[in-house]
Design a binder for this molecule. Structure first.
Ligand SMILES: NC(=O)c1ccc[n+]([C@@H]2O[C@H](COP(=O)([O-])OP(=O)(O)OC[C@H]3O[C@@H](n4cnc5c(N)ncnc54)[C@H](O)[C@@H]3O)[C@@H](O)[C@H]2O)c1
Length: 357
């Protein structure tokens, strides 16, 4: 088992990564002073595959375990679900030292974290992410939240988990599209901080795509390490943490304009990263090789690289302005200088999209 520590003073925690480590959960919790009540929050495909080893491991450590099974899908990330969970936790007599366990992808992690941060003004929770996106991105860093009708992730908190347990075996049941979607975030980490990770992916993308355990563990470790180091520097996204949004400005615009139905998050981010490197090239911030390397790797992994041509630059301007990251006329845009290094620039959306055509 490989461990990465995220150092956040009294909110520090470990990310444990390995193959087949779900059964280690109870043992890993021995040093914590939780009461012996745990609620596992999960959804159907994951519950049938992975609840038993998690429950058994907790029960071996004398936890009394209840399971809350939510419907899968982004619609579940709502205040209505949160309220339902509060009622169930009350009926299970969960107290302030009881443990919440998020067993699932980003949807489960975000809701469980939000409930944990608010129920009884805060109870401990741990993350057991089961999608690649959740293993390399959403489980680390303590961003929790739910969606409103008006938009995604508009209500939320920063609330760190006590432990993250990443079992790479869980990825074996994930469908190909969800898996590849997570690869986009791994490529992102290479671009923003780690040229060795990027070249590892260039050379080994076929092994990663075939779920070769050591290759998977290698890229998940690097991704969690990078995210952990960035979160340590800027827990509440007041500065440097925004580089994690590389490719997301245009990616979010695409997700919004297509009603979150046509592209997965990773697919939209992949197209956003290629478009961002093209803008960086045309602004004279990176060279042609960097742009081509990014485009080439994204294509090789099977992710889409070209923006759909049915939208005009003006469409993108409107959508980017709607994005919650807009502070004034200018937006903070993460441009790439070279693989492993990005730069935050302030630019007007109108100016930005000029470089897309
Ligand atoms: N908190 C953060 O920092 C952060 C960062 C990025 C994304 N997010 C959020 O994460 C969510 C997307 O995460 P996601 O892609 O994991 O979505 P998800 O949780 O909806 O999972 C995608 C699909 O995979 C299925 N699934 C999960 N694990 C499985 C497994 N092991 N085997 C088979 N099927 C499995 C789920 O049932 C679901 O249908 C979004 O709501 C997004 O806003 C949060």
């Amino acid at each position: 088992m490989y461990k990465i520590k995220v150092h956040l003073r009294e909110r520090s925690y470990s990310v444990c990564i390995g193959a087949g480590i779900l059964k280690e959960l109870g043992r890993l919790l021995r040093t914590f002073k939780f009461s012996r009540r745990a609620a596992v929050i999960t959804y159907p495909p994951v519950e049938s595959q992975f609840l038993n080893p998690v429950r058994d491991s907790l029960e071996r450590e004398r936890f009394s375990v209840v399971c809350l099974n939510l419907p899968a899908g982004e619609e579940t990330k709502s205040l209505k679900t949160v309220e339902d969970i509060y009622h169930q936790l009350t009926s299970f007599r969960m107290d302030r030292a009881s443990l919440l366990v998020a067993l699932g992808g980003g949807v489960i992690g975000d809701i469980t974290g939000f409930v944990a941060s608010t129920y009884l003004r805060g109870v401990p929770y741990i993350q057991i992410p089961t999608t690649l996106l959740a293993q390399v991105d959403s489980s680390v860093g303590g961003k929790t939240g739910v969606n409103l009708e008006e938009g995604k992730n508009l209500v939320g908190t920063f609330y760190q988990p006590r432990l993250i347990l990443i079992d790479t075996e869980c990825l074996k049941t994930l469908n190909q599209r969800d898996f590849v979607s997570g690869i986009a975030e791994v490529i992102k980490y290479g671009i923003i901080k780690d040229r060795y990770l990027f070249s590892y992916l260039q050379e080994n993308y076929k092994k990663v795509l075939s779920l070769h355990s050591p290759s998977l563990a290698r890229v998940i470790r690097s991704s969690c390490h990078i995210k952990g180091r960035i979160v340590e520097k800027d827990e509440q996204e007041k500065g440097i943490r925004s580089i994690l949004n590389f490719g997301h400005t245009i990616g979010h615009a695409l997700e919004t304009v297509t009603g979150y139905r046509q592209y997965s998050h990773g697919e939209a981010v992949a197209m956003g990263m290629v478009a961002t490197s093209l803008i960086s090239l045309r602004l004279g911030i990176c060279n042609k090789q960097t742009h081509e390397d990014i485009m080439d790797l994204i294509r090789k992994t099977g992710l889409p690289s070209a923006l759909p041509d049915r939208y005009t630059p003006d469409d993108y301007v409107q959508l980017i302005k709607l994005d919650k990251k807009v502070r004034s006329e200018k937006i903070r845009f993460i441009a790439v200088e070279r693989i492993g290094r990005v730069r935050i620039i302030e630019i007007e959306p109108e100016e930005l999209v000029k470089y897309l055509v």
